[in-house]
Design a binder for this molecule. Structure first.
Ligand SMILES: [Zn+2]
Length: 344
C-alpha cells in the first residue's frame, strides 16, 4: 500500500453533494430538477440542476468545481441553491424589495455544482479515491513524473486537473490552438488536452451552453477575491459583460480585474464570450490559497449572498436599457494591457 499522507477528510465531497441533492429534490419539488450531463472517466455523475422553469426565456448558468482543489466553490453553490430556493418557497424578498418568486419569473438558473468530481476526489482523498484501477495508475504515473514525493499529500491536495490529467479550464475552444500549456502531456494542472472539449466534463458544459443559450454565465473558481470578465471582446458585448462584472464586484466586494488576460486562454468563460457572445464572468472566491481552509466558508458565503439575484437583475437591467434605447451608448474600448496575474 502506498502512503498517500491523507487522513480522514472533513471537507465537502462528491458523496456529500450527492446526499444533499437527494434531499433538495424532496424539499424543493416545485422549483428544482436534477439530472446528469454524463459521467466522468471514473464514473461520477456531472450533476446538473435547474432552478425555476426549464422552458423559461432567460437562462443563466452558474457552475463550480472545475478545478479539483477548488471544491469550496461546489459547497458554496450548493448552499446558494438551498438558500435561493427556500427564499422562493417562503416568499422572502430580495435585497431590492422584490419577492424571489417574482425575480425567478420567466427565468431559469442552471447549476453545475461540481464540474470535475474526479479531480475534487483526488484533491481530497488522493489517488486512493479513484475507483478505476487504470485511471488510478495514470494518476500515480503523473505524480511520479512530476516529482510528487511520498507521502504525496501536499502534491495531490493541490491537484487541479481531472483524473486523466487534463486541466478542464484550458480545454475550451478559445485560442486553444495558440495556447502553450508548457506541459504537453497529462499533468496535475495546466495541460490543455489533445483537442478542445476532448474531456467528458468540458464537452458536457459546452454542450449544455450551446443547447441552452444562456444570457449570463458565472464560473466559480478559487482563489483571489477577484472578478475576471475581459477576453478582448468589443462593443455591446464588452459593455454588457463589464456592467455585469461591475455589479457582481459591488455585491461581493471583490476586485474587478479590468485587464485582458492574453496569457491563459481556453477557459470556459473565454469560450462563452468569444464563441457564443454570452456576457460571462469568473469569480475567484477567497483570499487564502487553494484548497481554501474550511474556516473561510462562512465569510465567502456572506460575500456571495446576492450573486444569484444580481445575475438575474443584470438581465432585467439590460432589457430595460434596451427598451429605453440607451443601448446606443458610446462603445468602450476593447483591448487592454496584460494582467498582473492569471486566473486560478
Ligand atoms: Zn480554477
Amino acid at each position: 500500500m502506498y502512503n498517500t499522507g491523507f487522513g480522514k477528510f472533513s471537507g465537502y465531497t462528491y458523496e456529500n453533494m450527492k446526499n444533499d441533492l437527494e434531499l433538495f429534490e424532496k424539499i424543493f419539488p416545485e422549483n428544482l430538477e436534477v439530472d446528469s450531463l454524463g459521467k466522468t472517466a471514473d464514473e461520477r455523475e456531472i450533476f446538473h440542476l435547474v432552478a425555476g422553469r426549464k422552458e423559461a426565456e432567460d437562462k443563466v448558468l452558474i457552475f463550480g468545481g472545475i478545478h479539483g482543489r477548488e471544491y469550496m466553490t461546489s459547497q458554496l453553490i450548493m448552499e446558494q441553491t438551498a438558500e435561493f430556493l427556500s427564499a422562493v418557497s417562503k416568499g422572502r424578498k430580495s435585497s431590492r424589495g422584490e419577492s424571489y418568486e417574482t425575480l425567478l419569473e420567466g427565468k431559469a438558473i442552471h447549476i453545475v455544482p461540481m464540474a470535475n468530481p474526479d479531480g475534487v476526489t483526488i484533491s481530497q482523498l488522493g489517488p486512493g479515491g479513484i475507483r478505476n484501477k487504470k485511471i488510478r495508475e495514470l494518476v500515480w504515473q503523473i505524480a511520479k513524473e512530476e516529482g510528487g514525493r511520498l507521502p504525496c499529500g501536499p502534491y495531490f491536495t493541490r491537484w487541479k486537473a481531472n483524473a486523466r490529467g487534463v486541466d478542464l479550464n484550458r480545454n475550451f475552444d478559445a485560442q486553444w490552438e495558440i495556447y502553450e500549456d508548457m506541459k504537453g502531456k497529462p499533468s496535475s494542472r495546466q495541460y490543455k488536452g489533445r483537442a478542445p472539449e476532448c474531456e467528458a466534463e468540458s464537452a458536457a458544459l459546452a454542450e449544455l451552453t450551446r443547447r441552452e443559450r444562456f444570457k449570463r454565465t458565472v464560473s466559480y473558481h478559487s482563489s483571489g477575491a477577484v472578478i475576471y470578465w475581459n477576453f478582448g471582446q468589443v462593443g455591446e458585448l464588452y459593455r454588457q459583460s463589464r456592467r455585469f462584472a461591475g455589479r457582481i464586484a459591488a455585491a461581493t466586494g471583490y476586485d474587478l480585474e479590468e485587464s485582458y488576460d492574453s496569457l491563459d486562454p481556453a477557459g470556459y468563460k473565454d469560450w462563452a464570450l468569444q464563441k457564443l457572445q454570452i456576457p460571462s464572468i469568473t469569480i475567484e472566491i477567497g483570499r487564502a490559497g487553494s484548497p481554501l481552509p474550511a474556516c473561510c466558508f462562512r465569510e465567502i458565503l456572506r460575500e456571495n449572498r446576492t450573486v444569484w439575484e444580481e445575475t438575474l437583475y443584470s438581465i432585467t437591467e439590460e432589457k430595460e436599457s434596451r427598451k429605453k434605447g440607451r443601448n446606443r451608448e458610446k462603445e468602450l474600448p476593447g483591448h487592454r494591457a496584460a494582467p498582473k496575474k492569471g486566473e486560478d
